[in-house]
Design a protein. Structure first.
Length: 822
């Protein structure tokens, strides 16, 4: 049966048109002849909100009535992208809206372009949180996402003479139709000050006298589950000054001074830190972390007290708190503070509750990404929390570590939440492990390494605490909405509820050898590429052919992700063509999308080098358009949605052991790109699911990386002994790509030849050989189509619904509650 999971909303095209026009007039204050595309966009959003708001209320009522156990997903980042098309899809309204807008003389897709991306995240971790809240709503889990209502999301990237320039993101410049301010749920957050010990009735308790308070204002973004039955919310906190005026200062003539405090408080939710994988260590960042953690915990407590007063016996049965990396780890001592200082619960009981409530997801092993805060800084900003952390640590070391390893100071030093070396630092990873009942990595190999390399003793102390939950992506956004052509083709052969039950795509496997289906599948890919050719032209002014291989590497720019390995190969290919103009290869377009952290020098040099090589290669008539290189500016969710359906090759080329999971790898493979990758992160599981013969794997595996390092890695050896590799590295030292300005690209060469921390040179030859395999495979049209189809058919494991079901079963112990129908 071809049943549909999406409801057929009870509305006609005519009614939808009328609703949009009604909102155009009465919500936007304009009319059909006058309205801008932006106004039309907002009128559609207002119309869609009629469905959504109703869903929010129904879902809320259902949960409140049931006294439901809920998960609270704490994340400093939610990389939502655009919401309109997803909301239309999940409500089953997309086709209706499309037809309605056609009748009004517009292309819906065109109107959707008016919506700015909600880029409240950096990369993988933030986008994962966005996919996860989609899945939680779809699975009807009582769940709420908590984060920060940044005024400015991740910077907009421009290139100036090949170099990255950062411009402010202004997603809310003209307001956002998707958010609902909830002033009735405002919270107060305290900072600074001192702690007093109050002695009373023979005992004592602690009172924190804050030096400053600020207001946390919640903005709710409705999250529509697939099918539209359940609508959860993402609650984002905005910081405000506690009082707009300090009246005393105002009255004594200090009008301007009265604003100072307000400016500082409002700074807290101003801007997202653009660092990914490096800990900036800034006080404002710590305050951001505490601000949203404290407001969220207070929100949980308010809801709990409304239902249960001060009887906390059901607290752990009703609440799960998930830490998306260590960024909200300060929520652990915050919950302790509330339970012990404010509710008067004993330490032992509060600690039991805290541990049962929290769980922690680790997303990286890179040492520079592991958060540590100077003890002095925490003491200054959060004096009571520092005391609580000391107490947690003392009891942990005495009751648990000492019992397991009596007299072993080495282990105590290693496991302590406080690092005594180079000034005292608070290790947020250790705090998170100690304060949680479950710790998970994000792909099997990563979870194994979390146990083996990052927290081996903790794993010995608590076997069973460490788990794996492999990441996933929502097939609604990353197939149904972004690739309508492929979705339509798929729907001719599989049940209509495939966006919910992705395993239904296995029905495509028998068609992988069917030449008619192969042709249809590749025709879809070609049409998507034709569309993207126009995007490339518009964004970069480079002409490319849809007949070339679209070879794609899209992810944050980082040395461990090795965009420079890709670059070295492009240079080598170019050189082969210059040496032999008849060098046999299928034309290829190398497509990059990547933002570099603004302070990451080498990452920015790599962007510059790619742009310079691109300029030269794209304008060299000798190579007859066989290679094109495009670096798309301002890579973001909405651009990914256009590019992924057009990709042939998915480059996932991190050094083995460094990429925790990757999620772009899943999106690309699902949309029929062939993975060219190392045995790292989820690539390993993609190869398992799709079959080794349908991916191209190269390079050292984790064991070989360890072995190479132990033997004393010497990049110079590879430089000296590989003629082609040496030639392209030396090329970077010349002025070939920067005429008249030799040395502009030298930093990249010298980093590789002298240091090469991510072993680019060691993997170069294997990568080059793998690229030749890609070329050969592509030229066998049937073999390529077959491999691509099998990828699409085999990726059900990477549905984020499966990931969330795993969390619900193994970590949260959470059951769905379907919202009552209208
Ligand atoms: C403290 C600065 C900082 C900021 C962000 C450190 C680390 C981060 C994130 C953990 C970086 C991140 O996004 N990690 C990615 O998480 C994805 C989702 O699990 C994984 O798929 C990626 O492999 C991982 O790099």
């Amino acid at each position: 049966g071809k049943k549909s999971a999406a409801p057929k909303p009870d509305m006609t095209v005519k009614q939808f048109k009328e609703t949009v026009i009604k909102h155009l007039r009465s919500t936007l204050g304009t009319y059909e002849e006058k309205a801008s595309k932006q106004a039309w966009n907002q009128a559609i959003a207002a119309s869609v909100n009629e469905f959504i708001f109703d869903g929010v209320s129904r879902t809320r009522k259902t949960h409140a009535g049931k006294d439901a156990r809920a998960v609270h997903y704490l994340s400093l980042e939610f990389l939502m992208g655009r919401l309109m098309s997803n909301n239309l899809q999940n409500l089953g309204l997309y086709e209706l809206a499309d037809k309605a807008m056609k009748e009004l003389g517009f292309e819906l897709a065109d109107i959707l372009e008016e919506e700015p991306d909600m880029a409240l995240g950096n990369g993988g971790l933030g986008r994962l949180a966005a996919c996860f809240i989609d899945s939680m709503a779809t699975l009807a889990l009582p769940a709420i996402g908590y984060g920060i209502h940044y005024e400015h999301g991740l910077f907009r990237q421009e290139f100036f003479k090949g170099r990255q320039v950062e411009r402010p993101d202004q997603w809310r410049e003209f307001g956002s139709p998707w958010e609902i301010c909830r002033p009735e749920s405002e919270q107060v957050v305290k900072l600074y000050g001192y702690v007093e010990t109050v002695y009373e009735n023979g005992g004592s308790h602690k009172v924190w006298h804050p030096g400053r308070t600020m207001r946390a204002i919640p903005w709710d973004i409705p999250i529509v589950g697939y099918g539209g039955h359940n609508v959860n919310v993402l609650r984002l906190w905005e910081s405000r000054a506690d009082k707009f005026f300090d009246w005393d200062v105002f009255n004594s003539g200090g009008y301007v001074d009265a604003y100072t405090e307000s400016v500082q408080a409002e700074t807290v939710s101003k801007v997202l830190y653009p660092n990914d994988e490096t800990d900036a260590g800034k006080e404002l960042r710590l305050i951001q972390q505490y601000f949203f953690s404290a407001a969220s915990i207070a929100d949980v407590m308010r809801r709990f007290r409304n239902a249960h007063g001060n009887d906390f016996s059901k607290f752990t049965a009703l609440n799960a708190l998930q830490l998306n990396d260590t960024h909200p780890a300060i929520a652990i001592p915050e919950l302790m503070r509330v339970l012990v200082d404010e509710e008067g619960i004993s330490w032992a009981e509060a600690w039991k509750m805290t541990r049962e409530t929290f769980s922690y997801t680790n997303h990286t092993l890179l040492p520079e990404a592991l958060e540590k805060w100077p003890l002095r800084m925490i003491q200054h900003v959060l004096p009571r929390h520092m005391e609580i952390i000391f107490e947690i640590n003392a009891r942990f070391l005495k009751d648990e570590v000492e019992t397991k390893w009596p007299g072993n100071d080495g282990i105590k030093r290693k496991l302590s939440i406080i690092e005594e070396a180079n000034g005292q630092m608070v290790r947020m990873g250790n705090l998170s492990v100690v304060g949680s009942h479950a710790v998970n990595g994000v792909a099997q190999i990563h979870s194994d390494l979390v146990k083996k390399d990052l927290f081996p003793e903790m794993n010995e102390l608590w076997p069973g605490k460490f788990l794996n939950v492999t990441n996933g992506i929502t097939p609604r956004r990353w197939m149904k909405a972004c690739n309508p052509r492929l979705s339509t083709l798929i729907e001719k052969h599989v049940d209509a509820d495939w966006p919910r039950y992705l395993e239904k795509l296995t029905a495509l496997k028998p068609l992988a050898d069917d030449s008619k289906f192969q042709k249809e599948y590749m025709a879809v890919k070609h049409a998507n590429k034709e569309d993207f050719v126009k995007v490339i032209k518009e964004l970069t002014d480079v002409d490319v052919s849809a007949d070339a291989i679209f070879d794609v590497q899209i992810k944050r720019l980082h040395e461990y992700k090795r965009q420079h390995l890709n670059l070295l190969y492009i240079m080598a290919l170019y050189r082969r063509l210059l040496i032999n103009p008849d060098y046999d290869m299928h034309p290829r377009v190398f497509i990059f999308g990547a933002k570099a952290a603004p302070g990451y020098y080498l990452a920015k040099e790599i962007i510059f080098a790619i742009n310079k090589v691109a300029e030269k290669v794209n304008n060299d008539p000798r190579i007859k358009d066989k290679i094109k290189v495009v670096f798309l500016p301002n890579y973001r969710v909405s651009l990914a949605e256009k590019l992924i359906p057009a990709a042939d090759v998915s480059q996932q080329i991190s050094l083995a052991g460094k990429e925790a999971s990757g999620t772009g790898n899943m999106k690309l493979a699902l949309n029929g790109a062939i993975t060219l990758g190392t045995l790292d992160g989820a690539n390993i599981e993609i190869a398992e699911e799709a079959g080794e013969e349908n991916v191209v794997i190269f390079g050292m595996d984790v064991d070989e990386v360890v072995e190479t390092r132990e033997q004393g890695y010497n990049p110079g050896h590879y430089y000296q002994n590989n003629e082609e590799l040496k030639a392209v590295l030396d090329w970077l030292d010349s002025d070939f790509f920067t005429p008249g300005e030799p040395g502009l690209l030298s930093a990249v060469k010298h980093n590789l030849v002298d240091h090469d921390p991510y072993m680019v040179l060691a993997d170069y030859q294997s990568y080059s050989d793998a690229q030749s395999k890609i070329d050969a495979l592509y030229r066998d049209k049937k073999a390529w189509a077959r491999a691509a189809i099998i990828n699409t058919a085999s990726l059900a494991k990477f549905n984020s619904d499966r990931s969330i079901q795993d969390y619900a079963d193994t970590i949260w112990n959470l059951k769905p509650i379907k919202a009552a129908a209208k």
